[in-house]
Design a protein around this ligand. Sequence first.
Ligand code: RTP
Ligand code: MG
Length: 141
Amino acid sequence: MALERTLSIIKPDAVAKNVIGEIYSRFEKSGLKVIASKMTQLSRAEAEGFYAVHRERPFFNALVEFMISGPVMIQVLQGEGAVLKNRDLMGATNPKDAAPGTIRADFADSIDANAVHGSDSLENAAVEVAYFFPATDVFAR
Ligand code: RTP
Ligand code: MG
C-alpha cells in the first residue's frame, strides 16, 4: 500500500464536546501521523467552496450552516492507505449505521452533526489538503 495524505476535519459538534484529543489518539493509534493542523472557524464562502460538490443536494444549506456554527479542527493525516484508513476510523456517515468503536458511533449525534469529515478518494484528498494548507504548512515526517 502507498503512503498517502488525507484531509480530516473535526466538526463543530465534536470540538464542542471537547474530544479533539480522543480523536487524535485514534489517528495515532492506527498509525496515521498528523502532519498539519489548525483550528479555525470557517467563513460561509470557505464552507460553500469546500462542499461545492454537494451544492445541488437538499442538505447543502444545513451542512454549510452547521460547518460555520463553531470552530473546527482541520488536519492532514499521513500514512499507509491513509484515505481508506481514516474513513474506516470515522465509520458510516449516519452514526446510526456506524460500526461500534468508530468515531461517529462514539461521538456523533446525527447525520448532520457527525463529528468528522474525511476525504473520500486520493484525488479529492489532494484538492482538499491544498484548499486549507499551503505546502509550506505541511510537514512530511
Ligand atoms: P464527509 O464528507 O463530511 O466526510 O461525510 P461523508 O463523505 O460520509 O458524507 P457526504 O455524502 O460527503 O456528505 C457530506 C456531509 O453532508 C451531511 N449529509 N447530510 N441529511 C442527509 O441526508 C445528509 N447526507 C449527508 C453529512 O454531515 C455528511 O457528513
Ligand atoms: Mg464526503
